[in-house]
Ligand binder design. Structure first.
Ligand SMILES: Cc1cc2nc3c(=O)[nH]c(=O)nc-3n(C[C@H](O)[C@H](O)[C@H](O)COP(=O)(O)OP(=O)(O)OC[C@H]3O[C@@H](n4cnc5c(N)ncnc54)[C@H](O)[C@@H]3O)c2cc1C
Length: 484
């Protein structure tokens, strides 16, 4: 009998848990540890954040699904990993602090034979003074944040309807942020909502980003091949913004936010202040606060985790200049080095290097979009690690790990406005692979599958993904036939 523990019930952790329970018999246990009792389809938080969807359309409770699937659920935060166990038991263990209201603050230690760390990002609003819902800006990173963003956005529309001009800033709140695609989606939705409300002419909409140029998206930009003509994601995004009257400030590191003023530095070293009435700025991501200890209680956190808090896996972390990084440096199995029973997937694994070229301002400020680990790759690597564990339980510990590299995986960023079947439009980008491989493709990516498209079709895709992924996450009949 084996005990498998999954930390996190987001896109990666929940996917892993469902596959583990499907593949492993009743003699094994699958336990999910996660602080929230509900699952959130995060990409649709964008629609919640402009008031187009209700919170209840993007979340559902995990408990009933886990009971049906025979998965144990611990509503708790993992705080430490003990890969070698402790004095009582040499099996691996995880220390947890319960978060369900009935037992809040109680601690426990749960044992594992196999562990998947899928704890996603720590939302580091504290990296920038005044950033986030406890400061002076809103966010759409969680469903609750998005509800608050929508409420404030409604007030902005009401003011515009009364004839008051408003400045809306959307983007990222630090020079090292990732997830620019989400900010791009949100600004696209904001623009559409303002138009639908008939007040676009009174609003100044500004996209504020750490990307050195538009269309970078933390992946160094893309080259699209449309009907034999090559274009870049830079030109594509610029023309989209120009057409919609969205102003852009690129290469920006937000330094500090005061009520209605954002202070930032740009790549040329200049410092600027911008007044705003409403700002949705994403925070930088770090790994969640997880420590690691050996059997004697010595701190071995730096053995398992990179300094940014993400877990080390089978990547090449050797420090080298940006130009020398290669596709093969990226991880394939997501096994934590030295432990064939511990894996990190989704945002929780430490990327070996930047995909987008890191830059510094003349003042030495790092302005460098971090590599995104989007939904589709997070699901694929979670399934891969889960199936490796199933293989090792069923065929023996020496069974080789399965692999799935982000240098062979695609990703999609669909900025879709409107949630109906007949109304709506999307700016949809797909890239293949996420991490460019210049040894295979002259532009780093396969131009057949790297595209930028506008129109109703992309909107339908986004709407279909919303319903399909919620169906899949609910583990409804045939869920596993829907790809990650
Ligand atoms: C607004 C927004 C829009 C996005 N849109 C898209 C999109 O259109 N397409 C796309 O591909 N990607 C999109 N993404 C990215 C996508 O949401 C992420 O790639 C994905 O959620 C990563 O999955 P994950 O499981 O690694 O992390 P998450 O989904 O964030 O899950 C992490 C889980 O770990 C739990 N956890 C946290 N701390 C602990 C702890 N200490 N112990 C145990 N559990 C813990 C959390 O509660 C959560 O359940 C978007 C992201 C944002 C913020």
């Amino acid at each position: 009998m084996s005990d498998v523990v999954v930390l996190g019930a987001g896109i990666a952790g929940h996917t892993a848990a469902l596959h583990l329970s499907r593949k492993l018999g009743q003699e094994h246990t699958v336990t999910v540890v996660s602080p929230n009792s509900y699952w959130n389809w995060i990409p649709s938080n964008i629609w919640v954040g402009v008031g187009k969807m209700k919170r209840k359309q993007v979340v559902f409770p995990l408990g009933p699904i886990y009971r049906k699937k025979g998965i144990s659920f611990e509503q708790a935060e993992a705080v430490a990993i003990r890969p070698y166990g402790d004095a009582e038991d040499p099996r691996g263990a995880v220390d947890i602090v319960r978060t369900d209201p009935a037992q809040a603050g109680e601690t426990d230690r749960i044992r594992f034979d196999y562990l998947i760390n899928a704890t996603g990002p720590k939302l580091k609003f504290s990296a920038t003074e005044g950033l986030g819902p406890d400061g002076f800006t809103v966010s759409v990173c969680t469903a609750d944040h998005a509800v608050e963003a929508a409420a404030q956005f409604r007030e902005v529309i009401a003011k515009l309807k009364r004839g008051q001009r408003q400045t809306i800033v959307v983007g990222v709140g630090h020079g090292t942020c990732t997830c620019e695609g989400a900010a791009f989606e949100y600004v696209f939705n904001v623009d559409t909502e303002l138009r639908d409300a008939g007040v676009r002419d009174l609003a100044r909409v500004i996209y504020l980003t750490n990307e050195a140029e538009l269309g970078d998206f933390g992946v160094g930009g893309m080259v699209f091949d449309e009907h034999g003509y090559q274009t870049t994601s830079k030109i594509w995004t610029e023309s989209l913004f120009r057409e919609r009257g969205v102003e852009a400030i690129a290469g920006a590191h937000v330094e500090r936010i005061e009520p209605n003023i954002v202070h930032f530095e740009t790549l040329d070293g200049e410092h600027h202040s911008l007044e705003f009435d409403y700002a949705m700025l994403l925070p930088p991501f770090g790994g969640v606060d997880l420590a690691a200890y050996d059997r004697d209680g010595n701190d071995i956190t730096s053995e398992l985790f990179a300094p940014n808090g993400f877990m080390k896996v089978d990547a090449d972390y050797t420090a080298k200049p940006y130009e020398q990084w290669r596709a093969e440096d990226w991880p394939k199995t997501y096994e934590c080095p030295g432990f064939d029973n511990i894996f990190a997937v989704g945002i929780a694994f430490a990327p070996p290097h930047q995909i987008s070229r890191p830059r510094k301002s003349p003042n030495g400020t790092l302005i460098a979009p971090a590599p995104p680990r989007t939904g589709m790759p997070s699901g694929v690597m979670a399934k891969t690690a889960a199936l490796t564990i199933v293989d090792r339980i069923q065929k023996g510990k020496a069974t080789p790990a399965r692999d799935a590299s982000m240098t062979e995986m695609g990703a999609a960023c669909v900025a879709s406005a409107g949630t109906g079947l007949r109304s709506g439009s999307a700016a949809a980008m797909t890239m293949m692979p996420v991490v460019p491989d210049y040894s295979k493709y002259p532009t780093g990516r396969d131009t057949k599958d790297t595209r930028g498209e506008l129109g109703l079709h992309g909107h339908w895709v986004k709407l279909m993904l919303h319903y399909l992924f919620i169906y899949k996450a609910k583990g409804l009949p045939g869920w596993f036939l829907i790809p990650e």
